[in-house]
Design a protein around this ligand. Structure first.
Ligand code: THG
Length: 274
């Protein structure tokens, strides 16, 4: 499982405040804590409050890299914000360019831009593309799969290795009226998306979206995570500081034969439990 840690996101009050105050310590502590807890990548999202998104992205990247070398997952739907972050990412480092839709009304070429930036960033750069287009986020299975197919096709046309492509079928809060069919739809979509390329494209989700506003957040997150792993989810943006979630993840991967069984598999899987 390629684990992307969600916490360095201006959506959280402490990070938002740290950005406003240029307080490095808050960001660096989160980078270190999430790395120790088993993050393969650190998501970096400036949130919506900051006026200078490019400058904020750059500041976050530099601040994190001063204290740890965990690869970063630059998270923005704006190519210029990703480009700003990439300027500060150490040359040759693994990096993810997260959150391009297939296309936007304001930018038909947005996916092409992400692919070009990833190519320029070197062989260890990958992309997370959302099954979303200029009409928004689809609610049904077929449109998700159709958009994923267009994304995969575009990557192939551009000679971009599909092993560097992560498809995100976009999970939405289950609490929203009418949204309860979506977790099932996501799994049904993943059952088809995995056959769009051989080897299959990676698949990821922003897990915490699912439980926004709900009381049993961690329980909802970890239950769905186990279910989604059984449908081929091989990456996720998650709260790595949630130990119960990390243990469910290790166990789900064990049961799907992705990890070898040993009595100490929890310790073997997650550095957090050592
Ligand atoms: N797909 C991809 N990238 C993504 C998302 C996705 N990046 C952002 C987001 N979605 C994933 N990350 C988060 C981070 C935090 C929360 C949800 C998803 C969250 N935050 C609290 C809330 O809104 O309740 C903030 C509370 C606080 O301030 O403490 O739930 O889907 N590719």
């Amino acid at each position: 499982m390629i684990i992307i840690a969600e916490r360095i996101n201006g959506m959280f009050k402490d990070v938002k405040q740290a950005i406003a105050d240029k307080d490095k310590k808050v960001v660096q502590d989160l980078a270190k804590k999430q790395t120790e807890a088993g993050a393969s990548y650190l998501d970096v999202n400036v949130g919506t409050a900051s006026a200078d998104q490019e400058g904020t992205m750059q500041w976050l990247v530099e601040t994190i890299q001063e204290t740890c070398s965990t690869p970063l997952c630059l998270d923005s739907q704006k190519p210029n914000v990703i480009a700003a972050g990439l300027k500060s990412v150490k040359a040759g480092a693994a990096v993810m360019l997260n959150s391009t839709p297939l296309n936007k009304k304001s930018d038909e070429q947005v996916l092409d831009k992400y692919i070009e930036m990833a190519e320029q960033a070197g062989p260890k750069a990958s992309i997370i593309a959302l099954t979303m287009d200029k009409n928004g986020v689809p609610q049904d299975i077929d449109t998700r799969v159709a958009i994923a197919a267009e994304i995969v096709q575009k990557a192939m046309e551009k000679g971009f290795d599909t092993q560097r492509l992560f498809i995100d079928p976009i999970i939405l809060p289950v609490k929203v009226p009418g949204a309860q069919v979506q977790p099932g739809n996501i799994m049904a979509a993943m059952d088809q998306i995995r056959y769009l390329a051989d080897p299959a494209p990676h698949m990821t989700i922003g897990l915490s979206n699912l439980s926004q506003g709900a009381t049993e957040r961690s329980l909802i997150n970890r239950t769905f995570l186990a279910m989604a792993v059984s449908h081929g989810l091989d990456s996720a943006i998650i709260d790595v500081l949630d130990e119960k979630l990390m243990n469910v993840l290790a166990t789900a991967e064990l049961l799907m034969n992705k990890q070898i069984y040993s009595d100490s598999y929890l310790r073997a899987y997650s550095p957090a439990n050592k």
